[in-house]
Design a protein around this ligand. Sequence first.
Ligand code: PEP
Length: 251
Amino acid sequence: MKKHLLVANWKLNGSIKMISQYIKCVKSCLSVLSKKNIIVIAPPTIYLSEIYKNLNNIDIFLGAQNVDINLKGAFTGETSILMLRDIGVKYVIIGHSERRLLHNETNDILVKKFDLIKKLNLIPILCIGEIEKNKNYNQTTKILIEQLNCMFQVLGKSVFRNTVIAYEPIWAIGTGLSADPKYVQFIHKFIKDYIAQHDPTSIKNIIVQYGGSINAINAEEFIKEPDIDGLLIGSASLDSKEFCKIIAIAE
Ligand code: PEP
């Protein structure tokens, strides 16, 4: 099977106690695998350093769940991309539907974040996706085009080179109702073709992953599809054994 990007998004969960046990479990699972996949753990910001210490230079990457649009200054409560880079973060998730809906993360803000992450040589994971009503009215591709176009319009046609797009239909996140893998394959192909229309070169180095109620039972059906390059896993990634099973399935 090809190489996949597997990202564990812990959301607002985790503890110091959980971290050592979790990393131990993932390390031991990786020790018997080929290590061709890219594994990323994205805990709440406060635990990034603790995870980094526990990783001890092994092949697991650190991901952040958010970043501010400012580099430094009077922005109480925020975390800058310089700080994330300083503590070993490589990937930054932006535009998660929970942040779009609950924290007013607009496309304009996301363009700034995306640009900053790339300028500092980290890798953005841009989440895009439609609500159930859009899907029912066949508006999915229209919504995705809007979310992609805001990047093209401001940052140019090669904006998606060396980046990650996470297709996360909002109706599938945290609901236990994952999308149909064939439907996801169709959408991923659409996303890649749309990006290729702007910049054919992007296609060689863009990763399009799926997120939405993935678990150890359904992961294989997604992983098998040619244009599903990885998975963004929420709830199921909180259980280290389940996350390890998903890693093993993607081998
Ligand atoms: C997510 O948080 O990005 C996600 C896909 O969550 P879940 O796997 O719980 O649906």
